[in-house]
Write a protein that binds this ligand. Structure first.
Ligand SMILES: [Fe+2]
Ligand SMILES: [Fe+2]
Length: 360
């Protein structure tokens, strides 16, 4: 059995080969699978944040979204009926969201299996439970559109990247919180513009993003439990992760203009609203925020997008011309990244209480 098949191929649907390429293609901007130093995780101590930690774990153990991702109706025919360019972008959005959800699930389940730290095991099992539901739900929606992706296949085609625990924390914290900010921004927008809701998947976004919000809260507590992770040289790593996560979203979102047009969103405006929300939330844990409104920052972000688009084009070219174009685009992306890195950040005194009420 091939790993990705289309049951009902039509001229405007992405081909199985395109999707396979989307899923398997490794770029600096793609969701990836990670592995870590499991022994180092065992040394973590949540006692400095115990009251907030235990309260959150109990909340997650109560499983407020237990029934939310149960399949109640089929979405068959909905994707197929979309205008072709919206359909292509929406399927791409679903495939990349599913890959992120599933890669989160694989990582969390692996940590849960291998760690001896009871509190880390407690958390990771809950995270893996939720992410597997999220990935499964998108997978079912894709199946309804005739696109069958064998999730386990993804773990075989995607390489595992080694990351130390602190990098896993910075990366997962940001991906959970930016995931929340993305879903809630679309959710609130569609509540104000119900005529733009072209797929019932969007109806699930509110509870869905509550899961992501709680996931981010848990990682925030882990980070705050060890102040070393948020000071000294690690500040540079945090800055690196913030810029990487924002730039990844900005470049990827700009490859799906039809999706945002169909939702009635301007891609740039939507992205900067999501960054503003993520930055606001990240005040619970990071000692500074990026100055995302600085003109220099925005210009460099736009240069990064152009470099990323040029890289995509160069990848399709063969021979020395393609190699030179790839090299040039990579250098331009590096320069744009550096320019964003040089924009001064704004200091943020950390609040005593880590958990932040959801108000978006
Ligand atoms: Fe998720
Ligand atoms: Fe999550």
């Amino acid at each position: 059995m091939t790993a990705i098949t289309l049951n009902a191929p039509s001229a405007a649907m992405p081909t199985a080969a395109t999707l396979k390429d989307r899923v398997a293609h490794e770029t600096i901007l793609s969701p990836r699978f990670y592995t870590t130093d499991f022994a180092a995780l065992d040394a973590l101590d949540v006692s400095p944040v115990w009251a907030e930690w235990d309260g959150l774990m109990r909340e997650m153990e109560a499983d407020p979204n237990r029934t939310h991702f149960k399949r109640r109706e089929s979405f068959a025919g909905i994707v197929e009926a979309l205008p072709p360019e919206v359909r292509g972008d929406f399927v791409d959005f679903m495939v990349s969201s599913m890959t992120s959800e599933f890669s989160g699930c694989v990582l969390y389940a692996e940590i849960a299996r291998r760690t001896k730290n009871p509190e880390i095991k407690r958390l990771m099992k809950l995270l893996a439970r939720d992410e597997s539901r999220h990935a499964g739900f998108i997978n079912d929606s894709l199946k309804d559109a005739g696109i069958i992706i064998e999730l386990n296949y993804l773990t075989k085609v995607k390489k595992n990247h080694y990351f130390s625990p602190k990098f896993i924390f910075y990366g997962t914290y940001l991906s959970e919180k930016i995931g929340y900010a993305r879903y809630i921004t679309i959710c609130r927008h569609l509540q104000a513009h119900p005529d733009r809701r072209f797929h019932p998947l969007f109806d699930r976004f509110e509870e869905w993003c509550n899961d992501e919000y709680r996931h981010g809260e848990a990682i925030a507590l882990l980070l705050r439990a060890d102040p070393k992770l948020l000071s000294g040289f690690n500040r540079l790593w945090i800055r690196f992760f913030l810029i990487s996560v924002y730039a990844t979203m900005y470049c990827r979102d700009h490859t799906r203009p039809a999706l945002h047009r169909a939702l009635g969103l301007d891609t740039r405006d939507y992205d900067y609203r999501v960054f503003a929300t993520t930055s606001e939330i990240s005040r619970q844990v990071f000692p500074f925020v990026l100055d995302i409104d600085a003109p220099r920052f925005r210009l460099a972000m736009e240069a990064m997008r152009q470099a990323s688009a040029a890289l995509d084009k160069a990848r399709a070219r063969k021979g020395i011309g393609g190699w030179l174009a790839r090299w040039g685009a990579t250098a331009a992306a590096g320069a744009a990244f550096l320019r964003m890195f040089m924009v001064p950040t704004r200091e943020n005194p950390l609040p005593e209480k880590v958990r932040m009420a959801q108000r978006w």
